[in-house]
Design a protein around this ligand. Structure first.
Ligand code: ATP
Length: 204
């Protein structure tokens, strides 16, 4: 689902999670975390929100916006509680979470909003654009990540730790494996592996 379509489908939803990231490509770690967040935070819906340009990553994602969207849609096909939004992809420039949340909350003011954040991003949360406002707009669901220091969340934010299921996989690892000609089976869903192969992604 994309564009404004999600509004129609979530009009009765009360607890909504946003999972932002580059998803270049989406992988098994993302999907396990999504399932854990849905269960542990009792989310009615989880919206995957691929960023056009992350404020904390230098350079553009390697795969095009369209292919990152396609991989996400294929990975989530048949999953009725998850959807994919192209809201940030349609906005020019850097994708700031606070802007996205303001738009979403305007459309669904009565929902309770959660934002998934990897433990690895926690320390820099106060540097996020309009961090004070952000802290009032959303509750953070912290994703445990193997190898992360287990920092306490910074003050001024509402947060809940998730427990399931830390998996030491990253998109950079997947891209590196593809570049080296190594298999990525089971690290990404089969249709995603197919998109990577067919479009010759991440070879250079
Ligand atoms: P890259 O390796 O390119 O930096 P990434 O694997 O971290 O990418 P992103 O799409 O940038 O993936 O991440 C989106 C969100 O998912 C971030 O909050 C990140 O911390 C989280 N995340 C990514 N991989 C995992 C994983 N294996 N387990 C838990 N959380 C993850």
């Amino acid at each position: 689902m994309s564009g404004t379509g999600w509004r129609v489908q979530v009009h009765t939803v009360k607890r909504i999670g946003i999972f932002g990231g580059s998803f270049d490509p989406v992988h098994a770690g993302h999907l396990l975390v999504a399932a854990a967040a849905r269960e542990e935070a009792k989310l009615d819906r989880l919206i995957f929100m691929p960023a056009r340009q992350s404020p904390f990553k230098s350079g553009q994602p390697l795969a095009s916006d369209g292919l990152r969207l396609r991989m996400l849609r294929l990975a989530l096909a048949g999953c009725e509680w998850a959807s994919v939004s192209d809201l940030e992809l349609r906005r020019e420039g850097v994708s700031y979470t606070v802007d996205t949340l303001r738009i979403l909350r305007r459309d669904l003011p009565d929902a309770r909003w959660f934002f998934l954040i990897g433990e690895d991003h926690l320390a820099r949360l106060p540097e996020w654009r309009e961090a004070d406002a952000l802290g009032r707009l959303v509750e953070f669901l912290i994703i445990p990540r193997p190898g992360s220091p287990g920092d306490e969340p910074p003050a001024g934010f509402q947060w809940h730790w998730l427990t399931g299921w830390p998996l030491g996989v990253s998109s950079s690892q997947i891209r590196q494996r593809v570049r080296e000609g190594r298999p990525v089976d089971h690290l990404v869903p089969p249709p995603v592996a197919e998109v990577i192969r067919y479009n010759r992604l991440y070879l250079a």
